[in-house]
Design a protein around this ligand. Structure first.
Ligand code: FES
Ligand code: FES
Length: 155
């Protein structure tokens, strides 16, 4: 089936299998490999992107369901050559670690800060509770998001 999806501001028209998942459409069709695919059970959350304005696990969405909608991926976070404060925070506070969960964490963090500019540590942990990090823990990720919040509050 033919679909038309706006990804990070660019319109893409593609012929897709009705059963193709959005995560595979992004990675395999559009070569936007910043969105990771980490499980077959919808548990890891490394595949999180925005569908319109809402973070979704892109392994739980058919590409066909994105027809006529906007998708934002980690490649769409930086604006005008400037890293998003969330990306800067991950760099400053070593939130990257191995980097596998990072794209999904960043997309959720961006959404959180857009809705709650000054989240507590508890709020951040709640927001990312559907996403797994297998590295040293969540401490640096939480610090990264807090750092980004601090930057945006000052701005
Ligand atoms: S790939 Fe694991 S939740 Fe989507
Ligand atoms: S940074 Fe390695 S899985 Fe999260």
């Amino acid at each position: 089936m033919e679909i038309s999806v706006t990804v990070n501001g660019t319109v893409y028209q593609r012929d897709v299998e009705p059963r193709q998942l959005l995560v595979h459409f992004l990675r395999d069709e559009l070569r936007l490999t910043g969105t990771h695919w980490g499980c077959d059970t919808s548990n890891c959350g490394t595949c999180v992107v925005w569908l319109d304005e809402v973070p979704v696990k892109s392994c739980t969405v058919f590409a066909a369901m994105a027809d006529g909608h906007r998708v934002r991926t980690v490649e769409g976070l930086a604006q005008n050559g400037e890293l998003d404060p969330v990306q800067q925070g991950f760099r400053e506070c070593h939130g990257l670690q191995c980097g596998f969960c990072t794209p999904g964490m960043m997309m959720t963090a961006r959404w959180l800060l857009d809705h709650d500019p000054d989240p507590s540590e508890e709020d951040i942990r709640e927001a990312i509770s559907g996403q797994l990090c297998r590295c040293t823990g969540y401490e640096n990720i939480v610090r990264s998001v807090r750092w980004a919040a601090g930057q945006e509050v000052q701005a």
